[in-house]
Design a protein around this ligand. Structure first.
Ligand SMILES: [Zn+2]
Length: 507
């Protein structure tokens, strides 16, 4: 079985054949750290974290680089507005970003290079481009001449568009409207931390060249996968290709993977941060605010429930609907844990590198019906992931898999008379489901609710309430027993009476 990926460069699905067999290098354009990240900024990292985990599971040795753009016009403007230094602003926003990534279980990033620490690499590339006559110096700025690159436009099919940029931060004159800045001369009023020495005087690099320099430094002149949001195809990625390939004369990235943009309930694509309506919506949806309300796993599940190339529709209603879906899994896991008095999370173990979920899933399950359902859904999961990392299809297979476990519990009457062998099957099958889901970073640990407060205080208090209610029912004081249930319901805590006891959950 081979993995197929949709390549924006060729506009078709191609088998993934890494430059070096067995090894995959991935570069994902990271954040420009000038303002807090919103949900849209989490989409790429979540998707590529799932992709990396899956590739590792399929036996590849993966190096994943996400850069931090800490030298940029936007940063200079925002730091001045806040009356702080670009260094302080960048550090603060980077720390906020890293905290959010941790909560989202995005922990597969191998390297997070900063632009400010790679000025030497950047200057060396620009020098080569100037020597080759592909770039020119003008008023202390250095520009890339798009007319000198016959291939320019091959990624986006665009050539003649004027490059965006803040004109007031531009010193020199461009030869062609499509030319873009590789180096920008320092302005007299700019702080010293954004001034770097170069053969063209003091200044700072343009955004596009930063990515080329850091990608080539850590992954080589030609590497495997370059990722980013669809909004980066032009001009950012087009320019990365132009300057990198003009410098080395070699192909830059083999496969270009672009994720769909996030659409907010305003029905607008987050293309322009300048739109006031979008501004207000984005503040509400900063990762910091979202993660205060929703668990990281829910946001991750929400993002992975859509194929990465499709736009993600963000709204509270969408998140709530995904919460219900995620609860289906949690309830199944809790049910099995209650029955078997063992945690399927512990049983599952970490996904093995180079493993084969299809074999693992049904292994050790005695019931032929359950074993074949597990194998079938595990195979479906792998098929979906092998087909351009279709996490939505993979999650659909996990739902079917959970359905088979629940059917098994009911058919074998495990909650009332069920035999021990049937319970063992349920536990083994559930551990198989979790192991599979862990290949895309889901169900790595039990949901926060059960470990709330780390000492489980909430759960202990709930167990006391459940015992009091049972005591009241035994004494036939149904009125007070119902009062407890109703008061809890007002706080969105439901009690569920099951043959083997009462369980509680928050809505
Ligand atoms: Zn980039």
């Amino acid at each position: 079985m081979s993995i197929a990926v949709y390549n924006t460069l060729t506009r078709q699905k191609e088998p993934l054949q890494p430059v070096t067999p067995g090894k995959v290098g991935i570069y994902l354009c990271g954040p420009t750290v000038y303002k807090p990240s919103h949900i849209g900024h989490a989409v790429g990292p979540i998707i590529f974290d799932a992709i990396k985990r899956y590739l590792v599971f399929r036996g590849f040795q993966v190096t994943w680089v996400v850069n931090i753009t800490d030298v940029d016009d936007k940063l200079i403007v925002e730091a001045a507005r806040q009356g702080t230094s670009t260094v302080e602003l960048a550090e603060r926003i980077t720390a906020d970003y890293l905290r959010a990534m941790k909560t989202l279980h995005v922990d597969g990033v191998d390297l997070m290079p900063k632009a400010s620490e790679h000025i030497g690499d950047i200057v060396a590339i620009i020098q080569r481009l100037v020597e080759r006559g592909v770039a020119y110096v003008s008023g202390g700025d250095v520009y890339f001449d798009v007319t000198r690159d016959a291939d320019y436009g091959k990624l986006s099919n665009r050539r003649t568009d004027e490059q965006e940029g803040q004109r007031d931060l531009q010193s020199g004159e461009k030869r062609n409207p499509g030319d873009f800045a590789l180096w920008k001369a320092a302005k007299p009023d700019e702080p010293k931390e954004v001034r770097f020495d170069s053969p063209w005087g003091s200044g700072r690099p343009g955004w596009h060249i930063e990515c080329s320099a850091m990608a080539m430094r850590y992954l080589g002149e030609t590497f495997d996968i370059h990722g980013g949001g669809l909004d980066l195809v032009f001009p950012h990625h087009e320019n990365e290709i132009a300057q990198s390939e003009s410098c080395t004369g070699k192909p830059f990235a083999k496969y270009w993977l672009h994720n769909g943009l996030t659409r907010f309930n305003t029905k607008k694509v987050a293309k322009s941060d300048a739109d006031p309506e979008m501004q207000a919506a984005l503040v509400k949806m900063t990762l910091h605010n979202l993660l205060a309300v929703y668990p990281g796993e829910l946001i991750r599940f929400f993002v992975l429930s859509t194929h990465y190339r499709r736009p993600i529709e963000y709204s509270e209603a969408e998140i709530e609907s995904k919460r219900k879906g995620l609860d289906t899994f949690y309830r199944t896991f809790e049910r099995v844990e209650r029955l078997c008095r063992a945690s399927p999370y512990t049983q599952a173990g970490a996904p093995q590198s180079g493993g084969n979920g299809a074999v693992q899933a049904g292994k050790g399950v005695a019931s032929a019906t359950l074993a074949s359902a597990c194998e079938e859904q595990a195979a479906e999961f792998l098929r979906a992931m092998d087909d351009d990392f279709n996490t939505a299809g993979a999650i659909a297979a996990l739902f079917e898999y959970a359905g088979a476990i629940n059917r098994h519990i009911e058919q074998e009457k495990l909650e009332t008379v069920g035999p021990e062998a049937g319970k063992h099957d349920a536990l083994t099958a559930t551990a198989g489901l979790i192991a599979l889901a862990r290949t895309i970073g889901l169900f790595l640990e039990p949901p926060e609710r059960t470990t709330a407060g780390t000492d489980g205080t909430a759960d202990k208090a709930m167990q006391v309430l459940i015992m009091v209610r049972q005591h009241l029912r035994k004494k036939k004081d149904f009125e007070t027993a119902d009062l407890i249930r109703n008061l809890l319901a007002e706080h969105k805590i439901t009690l569920e009476d099951r043959p083997d006891g009462t369980v509680w959950r928050c809505e």
